[in-house]
Design a protein around this ligand. Structure first.
Ligand SMILES: [Zn+2]
Ligand SMILES: [Zn+2]
Length: 141
């Protein structure tokens, strides 16, 4: 077993190498849903400097989060796979798309954000701490 794991986008233009992760965040915010084209986005919560990415500088898109901070999202322009998300307000942090890696290498979810946006048929993860909104914004969590 290695302490380093490797993932890639669908076309292989980008390969990501990271230390074996122990934190997985599930985000149900509207922006993440649209970004992923799915019901949530799953992010390995990483120290940015520990993440190695091969390939050209990826395409990015910036949006304001609901607390006004800028969120940068990157994806592969060859195949459309999401690569990472970076809240500009948090230094040296990178949310790396968990689905790029083998399922074995992915920890159980540790945190789940914006549960208020979940569809009625979705259930929360038993292993995760839930927040109705963003992490600092969780007034009633
Ligand atoms: Zn690709
Ligand atoms: Zn989100």
């Amino acid at each position: 077993m290695s302490d380093i794991i490797t993932g890639r986008c669908n076309c292989g233009k980008y390969e990501l190498t990271i230390p074996k992760p122990d934190k997985l965040g599930i985000c149900h915010c509207i922006d993440c849903k649209r970004w992923s084209g799915s019901m949530h986005s799953s992010h390995l919560l990483m120290t940015a400097s520990s993440v190695k990415i091969t390939g050209p500088e990826p395409k990015t898109f910036q949006m304001k989060g609901d607390k006004g901070g800028t969120m940068t999202r990157a994806w592969c322009d060859g195949c459309g796979s999401g690569l990472w998300i970076r809240p500009e307000a948090i230094p040296n942090f990178l949310g790396v798309k968990a689905g790029l890696f083998d399922a074995f290498d992915i920890p159980n979810p540790t945190i789940e954000l914006y549960t208020r946006n979940m569809c009625p048929w979705e259930t929360t993860c038993a292993t995760a701490k839930q927040f109705e909104g963003g992490m600092q914004a969780a007034p009633s969590a």
